[in-house]
Design a protein around this ligand. Structure first.
Ligand code: CP
Ligand code: NVA
Length: 297
């Protein structure tokens, strides 16, 4: 009844969700199964969002449900009401919740105290819904992630890179992360991950070598705005044509968006791979519908 992280998922679960997402996508205009009929879901966001908010609002409605969007300033959460009280109130009124916030613990607490299906729509720790969309895109573009090398260039210690590492652990593909030394995940995380197929490097060319998928994300995640010193570390970690020259033939480029052109990715690379990147964005809708349908089954 929850989808809070890739960490607590597994290969069977991820594969089933991707399979269902592909089916939801191919039957979007004709599906008659409305598993959220009669339900009202709350979308509670304490951070900005374009893709996640819109794809959840549309997805919940397409599955027959009603939806209410609550920014932190719309509700008493923004004035300091604890998450556990918010959860105990909403749990008595709505049928499910989609939460975007800072601490992973807040999403876990919401689920615990509300007792209703709860989805992590991004925390500082993980972005599990994005990973589902990314995997679906890889399957559509490359057939499968099996025997593929996936590279993640940028902040190796943020929500996207961490979710990617857990996906690699569960699904077994080779994942190579390149980041400045201070933006690589700490040893404690790597010990917990215990995935020999995940490698860390400070050399973006090494990570990109023979990669089938190049993945990047903003250098400064939400909540880190204005950290000029951190941003300055990434100057040689840009996804540009030079970096892509190390990749395997037929490689694809993924970006969860929003993109900051001429920072983590050049305008030229983004526009040449826009077909894949915006397909990836669209796949948020289909992947999340699969999560929603599975949670209420
Ligand atoms: N990729 C993603 O989660 O985008 P938003 O922040 O716009 O939701
Ligand atoms: N790492 C980024 C992802 C945005 C979708 C952030 O947290 O801002």
């Amino acid at each position: 009844m929850k989808f809070l992280s890739i960490e607590e998922s597994n290969a069977t679960h991820l594969e089933a969700l991707i399979f269902l997402a592909a089916e939801m996508k191919s039957t979007r205009t004709s599906h008659t199964n409305l598993p959220l009929a009669g339900q009202t879901w709350a979308i509670i966001f304490t951070k900005a969002s374009t893709r996640t908010r819109v794809s959840f609002e549309v997805g919940i409605r397409e599955l027959g449900g009603n939806v209410m969007f609550l920014s932190k300033n719309d509700i008493q959460l923004g004035r300091g009401e604890p998450i556990k009280d918010t959860a105990r109130v909403l749990g008595r009124m709505v049928h499910g919740a989609v939460i975007r916030t800072y601490a992973q613990q807040d999403v876990a607490d919401f689920y615990h105290y509300s007792g209703i299906p709860t989805i992590n729509a991004l925390t500082d720790e993980e972005h599990p819904c994005q990973i589902l969309a990314d995997l679906l895109t890889i399957r559509e573009k490359l057939g499968s992630w099996e025997a593929k090398k996936i590279a993640f260039i940028g902040d190796g210690d943020n929500n996207m890179s961490r979710s990617w590492m857990w996906a690699a652990k569960h699904l077994g593909f080779e994942l190579s992360i390149a980041a400045p030394q201070s933006c690589l995940p700490p040893q404690e995380f790597m010990d917990r991950l215990a995935a020999p197929n995940v490698s860390l490097s400070t050399d973006p060319a090494e990570a990109a070598r023979d990669a089938h998928v190049i993945n990047t994300d903003v250098w400064l995640s939400m909540g880190q705005e204005g950290q000029a010193e951190k941003e300055a570390l990434f100057a040689s970690y840009q996804v540009n044509q030079d970096l892509l020259s190390h990749c395997a033939e037929g490689h694809i480029v993924l970006h969860c968006l929003p993109a900051y052109r001429e920072k983590e990715i050049t305008e030229d690379v983004l526009e040449r791979h826009a077909d894949t990147i915006f397909q990836q964005a669209e796949n948020r809708l289909h992947a999340q519908k699969a999560v929603l349908a599975t949670l209420v089954k």
